[in-house]
Design a protein around this ligand. Sequence first.
Ligand code: PEP
Ligand code: MG
Length: 313
Amino acid sequence: ESASVLVPFDGEGVLSDGRRIHLLANVGGAADAATAAAASAEGVGLFRTEFCFLDRVDAPSVDEQVEAYRGVLAAFPGRRVVVRTLDAGSDKPLPFANADHEDNPALGVRGLRIARRSPTLLDDQLRALALAADAESALVEVMAPMVATVDEARDFTERARAAGLLTVGVMIETPSAALLASEMLEVVDFVSIGTNDLAQYTLAADRLLGELGDLNDPWQPAVLRLIGAAGAAGRRWELPVGVCGEAAADPTLAPVLVGLGVTSLSMTPRALGRVAAALGAVTEAQCLSAAEAVLTSATAVDARAAASAVLGF
Ligand code: PEP
Ligand code: MG
């Protein structure tokens, strides 16, 4: 694994026979956004807004939020920036958003579910985002984390549109959301697959336990089939399907994801060059064959080997 070797990125993800794949960055604040822009990311595919407020005891005011969001938007003028509403809870508890104790925090009131208790927290964030987007004339898209039902997606979309945000999506990080991707896309404009949580919830294996790393693997065939279900829904509706989990940064998996119907990949900026190089080495037909091969694999090892055989790396 040559993860430490930095391959330069020229700003374009393109398959060898010409199809564009959007390569975006994951960021947690203004400093990350500057790094991502310097690395030529096309835009931001995941702005983890909870990272801005990890040290806060009280909820940030709308003004404070506007300030934090403008710092990221300013790094990508005229570019797509996908902002995720607070994904507080589980591995990222925020004192102002989460309960002191939950027996099973990964299955608890986290992400969008916080709005059940504190709808104002979500509405304030959406208002702050709309204000920040206006102030920077930015192309903001907003998405919700930890969505499981179509009703949640509909409610989130209504709130976001009421706040003045026009492009609205949900993350696909529960098996439920993946299986309902087509119905989700009837109410939202795009979906983005969070493979870290999708693997955790599909294999029922805590993502924080290194001991279960072999289960928390996006190459697990059950995870790949759920990604395939979301990709197929995106093709049906001709709407964007992104991946913003660690899987997007795996150069062998990236072409497979494209073959499964994924239209953008968002990752840590330092992975952009290696993923672009992998995509540039394969045709769309190879991506489709690799996807077909993983969908009939029984194990993670077999899936990876089958993809490698088709792709040649
Ligand atoms: C994911 O779950 O894959 C994801 C992108 O979100 P996070 O890692 O922040 O939970
Ligand atoms: Mg997640």
